[in-house]
Design a protein around this ligand. Sequence first.
Ligand code: GCB
Length: 623
Amino acid sequence: MKTIITTVLSGLMLLAGWAQAAPAFKPFQAYTRPAMSLNGEWKVIVDPYENGFYNYRYEPFDQMEEPPRSAYFMDAKAKHGGDLIEYNFDEAQTLMVPGDWNTQKEKLYYYEGSIWYRQMFNAPKMEEGQRSFIYFGAANYRADVYLNGEKLGQHIGGFTPFHFEVTGKLKPQDNSLVVKVDNEREKDGVPTLNTDWWNYGGLTRSVRLIVTPKVFVRDYKVELESHETGEISAYALVDGAGAGQEVRLTLPQLGIDETAKTDAEGVARFQTKTVGTQFWSPQSPRMYQLTLRTGNDRLDDEVGLRTIETRGKQVLLNGKPIFLRGISLHEEYAANGGGRVTSAEQARHQLKWASDLGVNFVRLAHYPHNEHIVRLADQLGLMLWSEIPVYWTINWESEATYQNAQAQLEEMINRDKNRASVIIWSLANETPVSEARNQFLSRLASHARELDDSRLLTAAMEKHYSEEDPELAIVEDPLAELMDIVSFNQYIGWYDGRHEKADRVRWRIPYDKPVFISEFGAGAKQGMQGDANTLWTEAYQAELYRKTLAMLEKIDGFVGTSPWILADFRSPRRPLPGIQDDFNRKGLMTETGTRKAAFQVLKNYYREKAQEPRELEKPPETQ
Ligand code: GCB
């Protein structure tokens, strides 16, 4: 209960904080709500000079009391021959939403900058008192949103959802929704200028219009407190009501039917206990239907119930030690020539590829992926690692950068906090140790724990070698003290010597914590034959996998790994002609799904690991 109260309180404090800041991105459990889709073809104007945003004195139109019709968000058209308007959405080209722009039009392949999107729509039929919201799954990286010429707000961060209330702002017909999406990289951004993935721009996830009753369940969290006692705690945040609003929580398959009243902040809390719960696990991903009702509102969802914790060097799922047979994944589905994943179907395809390896765990790198994949993982029994793009050389000194990272963390946790599949929140990837970085990440860590202390916290750290002994690898980082799992990436045999080095390296990891190897790998061009000592061959990559896995087995506290990476993925850092051609080739398969030799090496290893006693134990079903 203490957990819940802290979570709710900090959530409310956040709400208050958000209310002061320009945009207010409160939590919104939107996935299962009925909605009108605004997906499909949108009219677009490519605007590298932000001509539709600034006047010729470089003053932003949307800061003006009466923006001129030349501002693109005014969606104006010349009315007669003497009317000078230099843009026209009606006659403009189109892009599909959801989707990145880079892979939809050849001219936009390398484009980084602003594109204006416009969609026209009629308002759905609404009853008196109902409220409406426009909900964006994600827009990379900066989105300025306008409805019928009025600014709704701005969102920063390319991989998390945001929404605006539009109650009272919709016309029955011909609403003009205009979004300026800008993916220009920024030194102080999150991520910063430098990444090893493609900077796909656009309205990359679905856009939906959601109608709710005046009073509705905006957010909720349900959590199995203990696999021993079967205690479950939950809260619901009701929007539009003050204290005393009745909320009913039911999980019919568990015989749970509880009612609670909201407090002054609109929060209703539940504490209950059941027997006979089948806990969620990879062997048996049991999901339970859940309904929250208040007034005229009803929110339906499905949840898995499980606990995740560490004890010494072990990770325990529902109290039993577990080995994480993982793989890393980018949110890219290039099999049909595309870039970003655009549908549940594609996400399912990715998880099918991963499951063929025999994994029980997927690292969603290096930013929050779409909600489809997280929900599919719930159904399929795949455990997940979810992270924010605090990657490499973030500006640790900047408060704005910190706030940006924190907002992305909040949005990630808010969206997925009810997904049993997500067992790990990761804060950062390969960040260089410094005082400023330590402070930044420790602040972020405490914030993550306040928001959700029911999951494990980690960050992908790095190793170094002992000065006395060049073959003694050490993982020591002040950040490790704050994490539940000591995770690190290492590239022995690729950026660090050749693969035989893995036979010799020993490890010192001085923490009584589980150790997870979040990346290792080697580039290989599928079909490239040659001996196991020649870079880029399938044989080299396969040999590196054999040697690395043997090395990892010797690490004390080794609880799993997510090698880099399931499939080749686009990266502007990878130009080598004939081999890379804009793809990072460390995939175990090509971007279209053709397997390389190393795929089978890892699959065999995972088959063996799955035979180990701890994996064979029957899932604990009841207390
Ligand atoms: C890393 C990064 C990952 C890169 C990978 C590589 O350590 O975490 O984003 O893609 O190495 O291939 O170099």
